[in-house]
Design a protein around this ligand. Sequence first.
Ligand code: ATP
Ligand code: MG
Length: 213
Amino acid sequence: MITLALSKGRIFEDSLPLLAAAGIEVLEDPEKSRKLIIGTTRPDVRVVLVRASDVPTYVQHGGADLGVAGLDVLLEHGDGLYRPLDLRIARCRMSVATRADFDYASAVRQGARIRVATKYTQIARQHFAAKGVHVDLIKLYGSMELAPLTGLADAIVDLVSTGSTLKANQLVEVEKIMDISSRLVVNPAALKLKRAPLRALIDAFEQAVESRA
Ligand code: ATP
Ligand code: MG
């Protein structure tokens, strides 16, 4: 049995065409069913539905043989996962945003201490350290846009795709940190034990990504 970890929502939706290209269809719609384990048209392949940020944990510890996770989630998780394949799905970017009246450029230039609220503390820490900017990081779990509006922080580090959430909250994207897309990660032990079927699946995904490029 091959177990693939996916999260509900955009990663699940965007993974469906890649699975289809590998000849696999899932037998249930996670938005309609409460099942957490979903069978597929391949009797030896099943999907487990986990929280986006739990995908690396499942794959690293063998709860799943492979999984799809955003680069953001993988960087926050740290290493321990086998050669991720860029699936080019769930694309967005990691950016710094502030209120329009906050002068980010001169705060950075003057070497001021900036208060940054984010769910992505590893990425933020690494980004500002590389720039030599002093930051106080404030860990949040959601609704980051509120932080600059309430005075909790000067800036946020968050995922942006269209920018409409920032705009709705009168925030401005002041710096792009990196492009983000989702990656296929594989458990190294599973790759040894189930080499042939996993290899075939990974190759099919790779070809599907290439043909959609
Ligand atoms: P949870 O909802 O369980 O707290 P999450 O918010 O990280 O986790 P999703 O919103 O489903 O889960 O996001 C999953 C992944 O999709 C993210 O890790 C990121 O890589 C990507 N993503 C997030 N927001 C966007 C977006 N606006 N556009 C495109 N991709 C995005
Ligand atoms: Mg979300």
